[in-house]
Design a protein around this ligand. Structure first.
Ligand SMILES: N[C@@H](CCC(=O)N[C@@H](CS)C(=O)NCC(=O)O)C(=O)O
Length: 103
């Protein structure tokens, strides 16, 4: 498997009890997007990984492809302003689409 294929499309650092995580999960589920979640209280090293990647300590921290979206508030604002759907579409497009003969 190539490295690109191993990068999750939507990755969310969470805790089990966090209401903002539940809201983000619900918003993304409504888009039909598969989410990989990492519980920073359950997975060793995940909290420091999240801090290193996002520069933040709060959950959720949401990544769409390699883009750091931020927390729920930023996700909600992206959606409200109509920028979330195109972002998800771009990041979840098949990697080989640029080679499509119709492109
Ligand atoms: N504005 C943030 C709020 C996130 C937030 O307050 N998360 C809580 C858990 S639900 C948290 O991580 N608190 C600990 C901290 O802020 O260090 C968002 O929309 O994601």
């Amino acid at each position: 498997m190539s490295a690109a294929l191993s990068v999750p499309k939507v990755l969310m650092y969470v805790t089990g009890w966090c209401p903002y995580c539940a809201r983000a999960r619900s918003l993304l589920a409504g888009k039909g997007v598969a989410i990989e979640e990492i519980d920073i209280e359950a997975v060793s090293g995940a909290r420091s990984e999240m801090l290193a990647r996002s520069g933040r300590n709060s959950v959720p921290q949401i990544f769409i492809g390699s883009l750091h979206v931020g927390g729920y508030d930023e996700l909600y604002e992206l959606d409200r302003s109509g920028r979330l759907d195109p972002l998800i579409a771009a990041e979840t497009a098949p990697a080989h689409s640029a080679l499509d003969s119709r492109a």
